[in-house]
Design a protein around this ligand. Structure first.
Ligand code: RFL
Length: 396
């Protein structure tokens, strides 16, 4: 194995977390290297998030990373809830803090962040997988990576940022007992779909239905995201084109609220609603960021937004420390992020309970569905509840 030059910060993973962190560090004059196990084409085509919170847009704008999203993103400020008793809409841009979402597909944001990082002279290595992290308790850390030619190299760094998602190696580099792992399986699964069709309505629509939840969300003028609640373990391929559109029309109550614009299904995958939080999200020289620090169910569209928020806080701490500061800011990384992570988890959990009721006619199921109805009615009728919703829906 050959040893290579050292860098101040080695970033594992080129998703939103790693790329925002890398760009912010370069802007602050901090030397960093990003290693990504996938190819550039792969990360620039991986469709996931789309709803960016106002805070995310502010951070990206302040650091010159938002040209694409300002040019092509769409502002979104209305969501609708459809139930047996009809539809109500919340114009959340006029509620709470008056903040709106910017809809910009995650893969487009990733493409912009890669281009900017390279334009700023950043060292970004695709097809390079981190295999092992050592020395987190010592004077400098080292990461063993597999290079595109298949050989192994050792990269040294003063700090390592684990931005490698929920299945990366960074989480497992933290010794057992040094971190508490909180987790919850919400027992709900969604068939997540991307349809080659324009939006069917201006609003994000959440349909609460006895046959299961259905959702409609903008992505781009040509592509719309839909969700259908499904059984855990469902084979996505078992849902044919016709079955998908029939079920979407049925659960979105198209007969009452208007038809959906159909199109080819570009992507279908089953997403289990699971959440977890690590505490602390730092161990020695390793800092966990984004999905590596905590996974959040996509029910409230918070994951990519948390990743950006954590990257900003970490970049500030690292720049301060590496610029000769006393390290207090960096030492507070975990304590600064965790309350915000828990707020997002709480809202996301609340959304899951708002959107899904248990099936069955036993007393408990009937009771829980009555609570769900009461929650929806409170949101429909109470201005204070709507303000609180709006603040948490767009806020981070
Ligand atoms: P990512 O995006 O998973 O990136 C991690 C990167 O690390 C690489 N990697 C490694 N590289 C080198 N060596 C290794 N050993 C490595 N192991 C892994 C991976 O290849 C990858 O490139 O994590 P990051 O950066 O923390 O970003 C998190 C977000 O991607 C995620 O939270 C969001 O997509 C969640 N999410 C949404 N978030 C929002 O804020 N708004 C939304 O509207 C929204 N919609 C969604 C979503 C997630 C979804 N799915 C698929 C779960 C909709 C869906 C359907």
């Amino acid at each position: 194995m050959t040893s290579q030059q050292s860098t101040a910060v080695l970033i594992i993973g080129a998703g939103p977390a790693g790329l925002v962190l890398g760009n912010l560090l370069l802007a602050a004059g901090v030397d960093c290297t990003v290693v990504e196990r996938q190819s550039r084409a792969h990360v620039e085509q991986r469709a996931r998030a789309g709803f960016l919170a106002a805070h995310t847009v502010r951070v990206l704008t302040e650091h010159g990373l938002a040209d694409g999203l300002h040019m092509y993103g769409q502002q979104h400020d209305i969501c609708a809830f459809r139930t047996d008793s009809g539809e109500f809409q919340l114009a959340y841009g006029a509620l709470g803090r008056g903040e709106v979402h910017t809809v910009y597909p995650q893969q487009d944001l990733v493409r912009d962040l890669v281009a900017e990082f390279l334009a700023r002279g950043g060292d970004l290595r695709f097809d390079t997988a981190a295999l092992r992290i050592d020395g987190l308790d010592g004077d400098s850390a080292s990461v063993t990576v597999r290079t595109p030619d298949g050989s192994e190299r050792l990269l040294h760094a003063r700090y390592v940022a684990g931005c490698d998602g929920q299945h990366g190696i960074s989480r497992s580099a933290v010794p057992a007992g040094a971190v508490r792992h909180y987790r919850r399986d919400h027992g709900v699964s969604w068939l997540a779909l991307l349809a080659a069709a324009p939006q069917s309505m201006a609003a994000v629509a959440y349909a609460v239905h006895q046959d299961g939840f259905a959702g409609h969300m903008a992505r781009s003028p040509e592509v719309t995201r839909y969700y259908l609640q499904c059984d855990a373990g469902t084979d996505p391929g078992s849902w044919t084109h016709d079955r998908i559109w029939a079920e979407l029309h049925h659960r979105m109550r198209a007969d009452r609220h208007g038809p959906l614009r159909e199109g080819g299904i570009l992507e279908r995958r089953v997403v289990d609603m699971r959440s977890d939080v690590l505490d602390p999200i730092q161990y020695g020289r390793l800092f966990l960021v984004g999905d590596a620090a905590g996974l959040i169910s996509p029910s409230a569209a918070k994951g990519a937004n948390l990743a950006v928020m954590e990257s900003e806080i970490l970049a500030r701490g690292l720049a301060d420390r590496l610029g000769g500061g006393d390290g207090q800011l960096l030492a507070r990384y975990s304590a600064d992020c965790l309350p915000r992570i828990w707020r997002a988890q709480e809202f996301s959990h609340w959304m899951i309970n708002l959107l899904h009721g248990p099936s069955g006619d036993d007393d408990e199921a009937v009771f829980l569905r009555a609570l769900q109805r009461a929650r929806l009615e409170s949101l429909r009728d109470s201005r204070r509840h709507q303000d609180h919703f709006a603040e948490n829906y767009v806020g981070i």
